[in-house]
Design a protein around this ligand. Sequence first.
Ligand SMILES: [Zn+2]
Ligand SMILES: [Zn+2]
Ligand SMILES: [Zn+2]
Length: 384
Amino acid sequence: MRMDPEQNGEKDTTLDLDSEPESPLTPPADLLEPLGHYEWTFCDHSRKKIVPPPDVMRKFSEQRNSPVLLECRIPRMTEDMARNMLRSFVHSKCCYGNRAAEELVIQELKQQTFYRYRLETFNETRLSEWNFEPYTNNLVDGPQNGSSPRLWDINVQGPLMFQEDTKKCRVPHSSLVKECHKCHGRGRYKCSGCHGAGRMRCVTCSGAKHKTKHQKHQKHQKRCQMCSGTGRKRCSTCSGRGNKTCATCQGEKKLLHFIQLLITWKNNVYEFISEHQSKFPRELLSKAIGENIFKDENTLVYPLVGFPYPEISLASQRAIAEHNAAFTSTSRILQQRQTIELIPVTEVHYQYAGKTYLYYVYGMENKVHALDYPERYCCGCTII
Ligand SMILES: [Zn+2]
Ligand SMILES: [Zn+2]
Ligand SMILES: [Zn+2]
C-alpha cells in the first residue's frame, strides 16, 4: 500500500505497480511470473515488437487479496444510514413527499459489491490535408527551404496525459502560391444576380413600370413605387456594381496552398463491470464513484494475472488486446492506465402503507436510486 496524494480524494488503498516491494499488500517476488505468450506490436513507422519487461508481470496473491478482504474496504450500510440517504434524496426533489421516508419500515438491506475495471488508452492521431488561404504577400515557406518532415517527425507540444485536445498546424516547407481557381486570378467575378448589369427587373411590377389595381370593378394603372416607374431596380446581390469580390481569394487573386496537420488527442475508455443478479441499472454504475483498489499506469500496460475474480483478469486481457489492435496501426498510444474499483450497491427493501417497495443506495458517495417511491407528485418539473 502506498500513500498517493495525487489521487484526488481517493483513499490510500490503491495497489500501485511501482510500489515498494516491502509494502504488505504487494505480492512477494516469487509470485511474479512472466506471461511469456503476450507480445504486442507497436506501429511507429519502423515496426517493433515490445515484450513486457519482467518487472510489470504481476500476479495477485490469492491469500492476501481475497474478495472478502478487498470488500472489507467498503463501509457497511446500516438502517440509519440508508434512511438518512433516502431523507436527503427526497428533500432534494421538489415533488417527492417526505412522509414515506420518515414512516417506512425497512425490512431488509442487501449489500453487494460490483467490480469496475477500466482501461484508458490516451492516443494521438495525425492527419494531413491540403488547405489554402488568400495570399497576402507573406513569406512563402515552400520546398526551396528544404523537404517537408514526415508527419510524426513534426514537433508539437501535446496536452497533459489523458486530457483530450485538438491542434492544427502548417507542415513546414509545404507552402506554394497559385492563381485563384475560382476567379482565375481576376479577384472579382461577374454578379450572378444581374449577370454583370448592376440592375435587375423590378420584382414588384415585373418590369411593367406600373401596377394594376382593381377598384370598384374598374382597373386603375398606378406608377410602380418600388422602381419609381423605371421597371428596373439596383441589384441587391452586388449593390449595383455588376461584379463581386471573389470570396475564395478575398480579392487577392492568388492563394497560398499548404499542407495542414490535424492532431487529435483522445482518451479511449474500455469498461467492464462484474456481473450480478441485481436489476440495478448498469449506466448508474458507470457514473458512480468507486473505491480504487488497483492502479497501473504506463506507456503500455499488460494484462492482469490471477486477480481473485477471473472475469476481471479476462476483461483486462480483452481490453488491452482490443485497444492495442485498434490504436497502434492508425495512431500512437501515449499512455495507458488500468484501474479496478469497488462500487457498493445496497438494496433497501421496505414497507409503507401496507405495500412493499425498493430503493438503492450506491457508490462511495451514497447516491439514492428510488424509482417506485410512493409519494411523488407532479408539479410540472421534469422528474429525473
Ligand atoms: Zn448584381
Ligand atoms: Zn417596379
Ligand atoms: Zn479568387
